[in-house]
Write a protein of this length. Structure first.
Ligand code: PEP
Ligand code: MN
Length: 337
């Protein structure tokens, strides 16, 4: 349920209404925007009489929210959420390019890639330390050592780092990580989502391989319902019958999510397509669709990459793409890096 407050509603009246609602065991999310002041009510609101609330002096309207996701719902928070990542803003048109290898392989590799993508204009560095691999025989990541190397690259370049958590037991190693990635395979690991909801780290929540937009938003709801409001969604392609690409890039998810939710949404054309030559056109598509950024796999020697080499572009190609992005995105006072 959302309660739309009148312009100039008195603080004491709002306070008493919030108290009245929380006394019934319900949770209230207050959203104060430039255009609206809203109280989003979460819980079993079936016994709340809307007419009694509408009659209050400070209330302009009351609406029931039929969607199962509440905190992530744009009806609860009409203005775009901007997630601040160590000074880099994501959301509401702050277009961020996150770049780096699929996996951290060595100190030389991650530092070289970090320096190159930073010089081109990337605003964050990605790199997997814990890798969820389909085959148990494939490279599983450098794990804790990988995190240390990412931190070294962060120290060297100043780029915030994004890396995947595959098991909640390892959260203790992520203290200095700027953004925790929840990968496609863990999008519905509800215990993990619950724990991350009780942390204050920005979370990059990738779409599950076969998840609907509603299931994805419900996973974001798990995180937000725990109190963590710093969630960024990432479209990374879904399973379909199409075999021309590794996955099928669901570009329509971008404007759909913009309509349904206030959360920032970025895209990952590397995993969505599995092909280097599709990265550039799909970054352009993402800009056109209104995305808040892109995450791209960049490797200094893709043919020798231990993971996802076929979809990893070189730093030179990343530089070309960055130039194109800078020419297309109007920042108007908003930052790129
Ligand atoms: C990755 O970002 O390297 C990754 C494993 O992504 P996804 O979870 O989207 O497959
Ligand atoms: Mn990868």
């Amino acid at each position: 349920m959302i309660i739309i407050l009148k312009d100039g509603a008195k603080q004491e009246q709002i306070q008493s209404l919030v108290q009245n609602i929380t006394n019934r065991g319900l949770t209230v999310h207050e959203s104060i925007g430039s255009q609206s002041h809203i109280l989003g009510v979460i819980g079993d609101t079936s016994r709340v009489d809307t007419q009694t609330i509408i009659n209050l002096e400070c209330v302009s309207d009351v609406k029931r929210v039929s969607e199962p996701y509440k905190a992530v719902n744009r009806k609860f928070h009409p203005e775009d959420t901007i997630v601040d990542i160590s000074g880099r803003k994501v959301g509401e048109g702050y277009f961020n390019m996150i770049a780096g290898p699929c996996s951290v392989e060595s100190e030389e590799q991650i530092i070289e890639v970090a320096k190159r993508v930073k010089a081109s204009g990337a605003s964050m560095l990605r790199g997997g330390a814990y890798k969820p691999r389909t085959s148990p025989y494939a490279f599983q990541g450098l794990k804790q050592e990988g995190i240390k190397l990412l931190l070294a690259a962060k120290k060297e370049t100043g780029l915030p780092i994004v890396t995947e958590l595959t098991n909640i037991m390892n959260l203790k190693y992520f203290d200095e990580v700027d953004v925790i990635q929840v990968g496609a395979r863990n999008m519905q690991n509800f215990d993990m989502l619950y724990e991350l909801g009780h942390s204050n780290k920005p979370i990059l929540l990738k779409r599950g391989l076969s998840s609907t937009i509603e299931e994805w938003l419900m996973s974001a709801e798990y995180i937000m319902s725990g109190g963590n409001q710093n969630v960024i969604l990432c479209e990374r392609g879904i399973r379909t019958y199409e075999t021309a690409t590794r996955n099928t890039f669901d570009i329509s998810a971008v404007p759909i999510l913009k309509r349904l939710s206030h959360l920032p949404i970025i895209v990952d054309p590397s995993h969505a397509t599995g092909k280097t030559w599709l990265v550039e056109p799909l970054v352009r598509a993402a800009i056109g669709a209104g995305a808040d950024g892109a995450m791209i796999e960049v490797h200094n020697n893709p043919s020798c990459a231990l993971c996802d080499g076929a979809q990893s572009i070189t730093p030179d190609t990343f530089d070309t793409i960055m130039k194109d992005v800078k020419s297309r995105v109007k920042f108007e006072g908003k930052i790129l890096v």
